[in-house]
Design a protein around this ligand. Sequence first.
Ligand SMILES: Cc1ncc(COP(=O)(O)O)c(C=O)c1O
Length: 383
Amino acid sequence: MAQKFLPLSRPTISDVTIDEVVNVLKSGWLATGPLCQRFEKELSEYFDGRTALCFTSATAGLKAALMAIGIKPGDEIITTSLTFAATANVIAMLGAKPVFVDIERDSFNIDPNKIREACTDKTKAIMPVHYAGLSVGLDPIYEIAKEKNLRVIEDAAHAMGSSYKNRKIGTFGDIQVFSFHPIKNMTSGEGGCVVFDSGLQKEKKTLELQRFHGIDRSIWDRFSKTASCYYDVVMPGEKSNMSDLQAAIGLHQLHELEGMNERRRMLANRYRKAFEDLSEKISMQEELRYSFVHSGHLFPICIRDKSKRDDFMAFLKENSVGTTPYYMPLHLFSYYRNAFGYKEGMLDNTEYVGSRIVCIPLYTALTEDEQDYIISVVKKFFA
Ligand SMILES: Cc1ncc(COP(=O)(O)O)c(C=O)c1O
Protein backbone atom coordinates (compact mmCIF):
# COMPACT_ATOMS: atom_id res chain seq x y z
CA MET A 1 0.00 0.00 0.00
CA ALA A 2 1.29 3.46 -0.88
CA GLN A 3 2.47 5.46 2.12
CA LYS A 4 0.01 8.29 2.83
CA PHE A 5 1.53 11.76 2.60
CA LEU A 6 2.62 13.10 5.97
CA PRO A 7 2.41 16.90 5.78
CA LEU A 8 4.62 19.32 7.65
CA SER A 9 1.70 20.18 9.89
CA ARG A 10 -2.03 19.78 10.29
CA PRO A 11 -4.42 21.09 12.94
CA THR A 12 -6.33 18.86 15.36
CA ILE A 13 -9.94 20.04 15.72
CA SER A 14 -12.07 18.40 18.42
CA ASP A 15 -15.80 17.63 18.17
CA VAL A 16 -16.62 20.17 20.87
CA THR A 17 -14.93 22.83 18.71
CA ILE A 18 -16.98 21.83 15.69
CA ASP A 19 -20.17 21.95 17.80
CA GLU A 20 -19.26 25.47 18.99
CA VAL A 21 -18.73 26.64 15.40
CA VAL A 22 -22.13 25.21 14.44
CA ASN A 23 -23.69 27.04 17.41
CA VAL A 24 -22.22 30.32 16.18
CA LEU A 25 -23.49 29.63 12.66
CA LYS A 26 -26.98 29.12 14.04
CA SER A 27 -26.80 32.12 16.41
CA GLY A 28 -27.36 34.84 13.85
CA TRP A 29 -24.14 36.67 14.87
CA LEU A 30 -20.96 35.74 12.98
CA ALA A 31 -18.84 38.90 13.23
CA THR A 32 -16.97 40.13 16.33
CA GLY A 33 -19.29 39.52 19.27
CA PRO A 34 -19.80 37.50 22.47
CA LEU A 35 -17.50 34.62 21.48
CA CYS A 36 -14.64 37.04 20.79
CA GLN A 37 -15.25 38.68 24.15
CA ARG A 38 -15.12 35.26 25.85
CA PHE A 39 -12.01 34.25 23.93
CA GLU A 40 -10.22 37.48 24.89
CA LYS A 41 -11.27 37.03 28.54
CA GLU A 42 -9.92 33.47 28.62
CA LEU A 43 -6.73 34.51 26.85
CA SER A 44 -6.31 37.24 29.45
CA GLU A 45 -6.71 34.63 32.23
CA TYR A 46 -4.17 32.39 30.45
CA PHE A 47 -1.73 35.33 30.41
CA ASP A 48 -2.12 36.05 34.16
CA GLY A 49 -4.62 38.89 33.77
CA ARG A 50 -2.80 40.89 31.09
CA THR A 51 -4.91 42.34 28.26
CA ALA A 52 -5.37 40.21 25.11
CA LEU A 53 -6.82 41.71 21.92
CA CYS A 54 -7.68 39.42 19.01
CA PHE A 55 -6.96 40.15 15.36
CA THR A 56 -7.47 38.33 12.06
CA SER A 57 -3.77 37.42 12.06
CA ALA A 58 -0.52 37.94 13.92
CA THR A 59 0.59 40.04 10.95
CA ALA A 60 -2.28 42.49 11.57
CA GLY A 61 -1.50 42.42 15.30
CA LEU A 62 2.21 43.13 14.74
CA LYS A 63 1.46 46.07 12.46
CA ALA A 64 -1.07 47.53 14.89
CA ALA A 65 1.37 47.03 17.78
CA LEU A 66 4.06 48.97 15.92
CA MET A 67 1.55 51.78 15.33
CA ALA A 68 0.51 51.64 18.97
CA ILE A 69 4.07 52.34 20.10
CA GLY A 70 4.27 55.22 17.63
CA ILE A 71 6.59 53.81 14.94
CA LYS A 72 7.08 56.37 12.16
CA PRO A 73 8.85 56.45 8.78
CA GLY A 74 12.62 56.50 9.25
CA ASP A 75 12.57 54.69 12.61
CA GLU A 76 14.71 51.56 13.00
CA ILE A 77 13.53 48.30 14.55
CA ILE A 78 16.02 45.59 15.46
CA THR A 79 14.94 42.09 14.50
CA THR A 80 16.08 38.74 13.08
CA SER A 81 16.30 37.71 9.45
CA LEU A 82 15.58 34.01 10.17
CA THR A 83 11.83 34.49 10.34
CA PHE A 84 8.68 34.62 8.28
CA ALA A 85 8.23 37.61 5.96
CA ALA A 86 5.52 39.09 8.21
CA THR A 87 7.99 40.08 10.95
CA ALA A 88 9.92 42.56 8.82
CA ASN A 89 7.21 43.34 6.26
CA VAL A 90 5.10 45.13 8.86
CA ILE A 91 8.09 47.28 9.80
CA ALA A 92 8.76 48.18 6.17
CA MET A 93 5.06 48.84 5.47
CA LEU A 94 5.18 51.63 8.07
CA GLY A 95 8.18 53.20 6.34
CA ALA A 96 10.55 52.08 9.09
CA LYS A 97 13.73 50.04 8.62
CA PRO A 98 14.19 46.47 9.84
CA VAL A 99 17.74 46.24 11.17
CA PHE A 100 18.65 42.56 11.00
CA VAL A 101 20.94 41.33 13.75
CA ASP A 102 22.63 37.93 13.45
CA ILE A 103 21.37 34.81 15.24
CA GLU A 104 23.14 32.37 17.55
CA ARG A 105 24.17 29.35 15.51
CA ASP A 106 22.92 26.87 18.12
CA SER A 107 19.56 28.37 19.19
CA PHE A 108 18.67 29.91 15.78
CA ASN A 109 17.44 32.94 17.76
CA ILE A 110 18.64 36.56 17.64
CA ASP A 111 21.94 36.96 19.47
CA PRO A 112 21.32 39.41 22.35
CA ASN A 113 25.06 40.17 22.48
CA LYS A 114 24.93 41.73 19.02
CA ILE A 115 21.93 43.99 19.62
CA ARG A 116 23.68 46.81 21.47
CA GLU A 117 26.12 47.51 18.63
CA ALA A 118 23.21 47.67 16.13
CA CYS A 119 21.45 50.47 18.04
CA THR A 120 21.56 53.98 16.58
CA ASP A 121 19.74 57.16 17.53
CA LYS A 122 16.95 56.06 15.17
CA THR A 123 16.35 52.75 16.95
CA LYS A 124 12.91 52.71 18.54
CA ALA A 125 12.23 49.05 19.29
CA ILE A 126 13.50 45.47 19.34
CA MET A 127 11.35 42.77 17.76
CA PRO A 128 12.76 39.35 18.70
CA VAL A 129 11.18 36.11 17.41
CA HIS A 130 10.92 32.99 19.59
CA TYR A 131 11.98 30.81 16.69
CA ALA A 132 10.24 27.41 16.50
CA GLY A 133 9.02 27.93 20.07
CA LEU A 134 12.37 28.31 21.85
CA SER A 135 12.37 31.55 23.82
CA VAL A 136 15.04 34.11 22.97
CA GLY A 137 17.28 35.41 25.77
CA LEU A 138 14.76 37.90 27.12
CA ASP A 139 16.67 39.18 30.17
CA PRO A 140 19.54 40.70 28.16
CA ILE A 141 17.08 42.07 25.58
CA TYR A 142 14.97 43.83 28.21
CA GLU A 143 18.15 45.08 29.86
CA ILE A 144 19.27 46.77 26.60
CA ALA A 145 15.73 48.10 26.03
CA LYS A 146 15.72 49.68 29.49
CA GLU A 147 19.19 51.14 29.08
CA LYS A 148 18.38 52.66 25.68
CA ASN A 149 14.72 53.48 26.29
CA LEU A 150 13.44 51.11 23.57
CA ARG A 151 10.15 49.27 23.30
CA VAL A 152 10.05 45.48 22.81
CA ILE A 153 7.47 43.73 20.65
CA GLU A 154 8.02 39.98 20.91
CA ASP A 155 6.98 38.15 17.75
CA ALA A 156 5.59 35.20 19.67
CA ALA A 157 3.90 33.60 16.65
CA HIS A 158 5.56 30.27 17.53
CA ALA A 159 5.42 30.59 21.29
CA MET A 160 1.94 29.69 22.61
CA GLY A 161 2.94 27.61 25.64
CA SER A 162 6.66 28.48 25.61
CA SER A 163 8.30 29.79 28.72
CA TYR A 164 11.47 31.59 29.70
CA LYS A 165 12.98 30.93 33.13
CA ASN A 166 9.74 29.37 34.36
CA ARG A 167 7.62 32.31 33.15
CA LYS A 168 5.16 31.80 30.36
CA ILE A 169 5.78 33.97 27.28
CA GLY A 170 3.01 36.56 27.28
CA THR A 171 2.81 36.90 31.07
CA PHE A 172 5.60 39.49 31.35
CA GLY A 173 7.54 42.03 29.29
CA ASP A 174 6.28 44.77 27.00
CA ILE A 175 4.08 43.51 24.09
CA GLN A 176 3.74 39.98 22.67
CA VAL A 177 2.00 38.96 19.45
CA PHE A 178 0.81 35.36 18.95
CA SER A 179 -0.43 33.66 15.77
CA PHE A 180 -3.40 31.31 15.50
CA HIS A 181 -2.69 30.34 11.88
CA PRO A 182 -3.63 26.66 11.28
CA ILE A 183 0.03 25.55 11.29
CA LYS A 184 0.55 26.97 14.79
CA ASN A 185 0.26 25.19 18.17
CA MET A 186 -3.33 26.39 18.46
CA THR A 187 -5.50 27.87 15.75
CA SER A 188 -8.62 29.94 15.23
CA GLY A 189 -8.67 29.15 11.50
CA GLU A 190 -6.66 32.29 10.92
CA GLY A 191 -6.06 34.77 13.70
CA GLY A 192 -3.75 36.19 16.28
CA CYS A 193 -3.65 38.20 19.49
CA VAL A 194 -1.68 41.04 21.00
CA VAL A 195 -0.92 40.78 24.72
CA PHE A 196 0.25 43.57 27.05
CA ASP A 197 -0.08 45.04 30.54
CA SER A 198 -3.48 46.52 31.34
CA GLY A 199 -1.69 49.76 32.24
CA LEU A 200 -0.87 50.45 28.58
CA GLN A 201 -4.10 52.38 27.94
CA LYS A 202 -2.80 54.52 25.07
CA GLU A 203 -1.52 51.45 23.20
CA LYS A 204 -4.79 49.62 23.88
CA LYS A 205 -6.81 52.45 22.35
CA THR A 206 -4.70 52.49 19.15
CA LEU A 207 -4.83 48.69 18.84
CA GLU A 208 -8.63 48.71 19.17
CA LEU A 209 -9.02 51.55 16.67
CA GLN A 210 -6.58 49.98 14.24
CA ARG A 211 -8.42 46.70 14.07
CA PHE A 212 -11.72 48.31 13.12
CA HIS A 213 -11.57 51.32 10.77
CA GLY A 214 -10.58 53.78 13.48
CA ILE A 215 -14.16 53.62 14.75
CA ASP A 216 -14.50 54.39 18.43
CA ARG A 217 -17.04 51.63 19.24
CA SER A 218 -17.14 47.91 18.41
CA ILE A 219 -19.91 46.63 16.14
CA TRP A 220 -21.29 44.44 18.93
CA ASP A 221 -21.70 47.63 20.99
CA ARG A 222 -23.64 49.26 18.19
CA PHE A 223 -26.01 46.43 17.29
CA SER A 224 -27.13 45.32 20.73
CA LYS A 225 -30.67 46.17 21.83
CA THR A 226 -29.85 49.08 24.10
CA ALA A 227 -26.96 50.65 22.23
CA SER A 228 -26.88 53.75 20.07
CA CYS A 229 -25.97 53.09 16.44
CA TYR A 230 -23.96 56.34 16.06
CA TYR A 231 -20.18 56.31 16.04
CA ASP A 232 -17.17 58.49 15.25
CA VAL A 233 -14.09 57.76 13.10
CA VAL A 234 -11.12 59.11 15.01
CA MET A 235 -8.28 57.81 12.80
CA PRO A 236 -7.95 55.78 9.59
CA GLY A 237 -7.80 52.13 10.58
CA GLU A 238 -7.56 48.62 9.15
CA LYS A 239 -10.24 45.90 9.09
CA SER A 240 -8.62 43.15 11.11
CA ASN A 241 -11.17 42.24 13.79
CA MET A 242 -11.58 38.55 14.62
CA SER A 243 -14.97 36.97 13.88
CA ASP A 244 -17.01 34.94 16.38
CA LEU A 245 -16.57 31.94 14.07
CA GLN A 246 -12.81 32.18 14.53
CA ALA A 247 -13.13 32.81 18.26
CA ALA A 248 -15.29 29.66 18.61
CA ILE A 249 -12.39 27.61 17.26
CA GLY A 250 -9.74 29.48 19.24
CA LEU A 251 -11.61 29.16 22.53
CA HIS A 252 -11.57 25.35 22.49
CA GLN A 253 -8.08 25.16 21.05
CA LEU A 254 -6.95 27.21 24.05
CA HIS A 255 -8.58 24.68 26.42
CA GLU A 256 -6.77 21.88 24.58
CA LEU A 257 -3.44 23.69 24.11
CA GLU A 258 -1.49 22.21 27.01
CA GLY A 259 -2.35 18.63 26.05
CA MET A 260 -1.50 19.30 22.41
CA ASN A 261 1.82 20.92 23.37
CA GLU A 262 2.72 18.00 25.65
CA ARG A 263 2.32 15.69 22.68
CA ARG A 264 4.38 17.97 20.41
CA ARG A 265 7.17 18.00 23.02
CA MET A 266 7.06 14.24 23.40
CA LEU A 267 7.37 13.81 19.63
CA ALA A 268 10.18 16.39 19.46
CA ASN A 269 12.08 14.46 22.14
CA ARG A 270 11.62 11.23 20.15
CA TYR A 271 13.16 12.95 17.10
CA ARG A 272 16.06 14.23 19.20
CA LYS A 273 16.84 10.79 20.57
CA ALA A 274 16.47 9.11 17.19
CA PHE A 275 18.85 11.56 15.52
CA GLU A 276 21.55 11.51 18.22
CA ASP A 277 23.72 9.26 16.07
CA LEU A 278 23.43 11.58 13.06
CA SER A 279 25.38 14.42 14.69
CA GLU A 280 28.02 14.39 11.94
CA LYS A 281 25.33 14.90 9.31
CA ILE A 282 22.84 17.21 11.02
CA SER A 283 22.58 19.62 13.92
CA MET A 284 19.43 20.37 15.89
CA GLN A 285 18.23 23.44 17.78
CA GLU A 286 20.15 23.48 21.05
CA GLU A 287 18.91 21.65 24.12
CA LEU A 288 16.98 23.96 26.38
CA ARG A 289 18.94 26.42 28.45
CA TYR A 290 17.85 27.68 31.88
CA SER A 291 14.24 26.70 32.64
CA PHE A 292 12.89 27.18 29.16
CA VAL A 293 9.86 25.28 27.97
CA HIS A 294 9.78 24.80 24.20
CA SER A 295 6.34 25.00 22.60
CA GLY A 296 7.37 22.34 20.07
CA HIS A 297 6.01 24.45 17.23
CA LEU A 298 8.55 23.38 14.58
CA PHE A 299 11.22 20.69 14.44
CA PRO A 300 14.10 22.24 12.48
CA ILE A 301 17.28 20.39 11.56
CA CYS A 302 20.39 21.77 9.85
CA ILE A 303 21.95 19.63 7.13
CA ARG A 304 25.67 20.17 7.74
CA ASP A 305 26.53 19.71 4.06
CA LYS A 306 24.35 22.45 2.57
CA SER A 307 24.73 21.08 -0.97
CA LYS A 308 22.58 18.13 0.19
CA ARG A 309 19.56 20.11 1.39
CA ASP A 310 17.58 20.07 -1.86
CA ASP A 311 18.28 16.34 -2.34
CA PHE A 312 17.17 15.71 1.25
CA MET A 313 13.88 17.54 0.77
CA ALA A 314 13.30 15.82 -2.59
CA PHE A 315 14.02 12.39 -1.05
CA LEU A 316 11.57 12.99 1.77
CA LYS A 317 8.94 14.20 -0.69
CA GLU A 318 9.42 11.10 -2.91
CA ASN A 319 8.80 9.10 0.26
CA SER A 320 5.64 11.07 1.11
CA VAL A 321 7.09 13.25 3.87
CA GLY A 322 6.49 17.03 3.79
CA THR A 323 9.32 19.44 4.64
CA THR A 324 10.00 23.16 4.34
CA PRO A 325 13.15 25.31 4.52
CA TYR A 326 11.80 27.56 7.32
CA TYR A 327 13.18 30.14 7.01
CA MET A 328 15.08 31.48 4.06
CA PRO A 329 16.78 34.60 5.46
CA LEU A 330 14.70 37.70 4.84
CA HIS A 331 17.67 39.98 4.17
CA LEU A 332 18.45 38.02 1.00
CA PHE A 333 15.00 38.43 -0.59
CA SER A 334 14.89 40.93 -3.44
CA TYR A 335 12.75 43.50 -1.63
CA TYR A 336 15.11 43.72 1.33
CA ARG A 337 18.20 43.79 -0.89
CA ASN A 338 16.77 46.55 -3.08
CA ALA A 339 15.10 48.66 -0.42
CA PHE A 340 17.78 48.50 2.29
CA GLY A 341 20.98 47.30 0.57
CA TYR A 342 21.23 43.98 2.38
CA LYS A 343 23.45 41.36 0.75
CA GLU A 344 25.22 38.05 1.29
CA GLY A 345 28.00 38.01 3.85
CA MET A 346 26.30 40.43 6.28
CA LEU A 347 24.93 37.85 8.73
CA ASP A 348 27.20 34.80 9.02
CA ASN A 349 25.17 32.59 11.34
CA THR A 350 21.82 33.47 9.74
CA GLU A 351 23.20 32.58 6.31
CA TYR A 352 24.84 29.39 7.66
CA VAL A 353 21.59 28.20 9.24
CA GLY A 354 19.32 29.61 6.53
CA SER A 355 21.11 27.66 3.80
CA ARG A 356 20.94 24.37 5.73
CA ILE A 357 17.68 24.42 7.65
CA VAL A 358 14.78 22.06 6.99
CA CYS A 359 11.68 21.55 9.14
CA ILE A 360 10.19 18.07 9.28
CA PRO A 361 6.62 17.13 10.33
CA LEU A 362 5.60 17.89 13.90
CA TYR A 363 1.95 18.05 14.93
CA THR A 364 -0.38 16.64 17.55
CA ALA A 365 -2.08 14.09 15.30
CA LEU A 366 1.21 12.57 14.08
CA THR A 367 1.24 8.98 15.38
CA GLU A 368 4.36 7.33 16.75
CA ASP A 369 4.24 4.82 13.88
CA GLU A 370 4.14 7.67 11.37
CA GLN A 371 7.00 9.38 13.16
CA ASP A 372 9.05 6.15 13.15
CA TYR A 373 8.48 6.01 9.42
CA ILE A 374 9.75 9.63 9.01
CA ILE A 375 12.80 8.81 11.14
CA SER A 376 13.53 5.76 8.99
CA VAL A 377 13.34 7.87 5.79
CA VAL A 378 15.71 10.48 7.25
CA LYS A 379 18.15 7.76 8.31
CA LYS A 380 17.93 6.08 4.91
CA PHE A 381 18.91 9.34 3.21
CA PHE A 382 22.04 9.68 5.31
CA ALA A 383 22.98 5.96 5.24
C1 LIG B 1 7.55 34.24 13.10
C2 LIG B 1 6.23 34.60 12.51
N1 LIG B 1 5.77 35.85 12.68
C3 LIG B 1 4.58 36.24 12.18
C4 LIG B 1 3.79 35.36 11.47
C5 LIG B 1 2.48 35.83 10.93
O1 LIG B 1 1.43 35.10 11.47
P1 LIG B 1 -0.02 35.17 10.80
O2 LIG B 1 -0.04 34.15 9.70
O3 LIG B 1 -0.97 34.81 11.90
O4 LIG B 1 -0.21 36.53 10.30
C6 LIG B 1 4.22 34.06 11.27
C7 LIG B 1 3.41 33.11 10.50
O5 LIG B 1 3.82 32.06 10.07
C8 LIG B 1 5.47 33.66 11.80
O6 LIG B 1 5.93 32.42 11.64
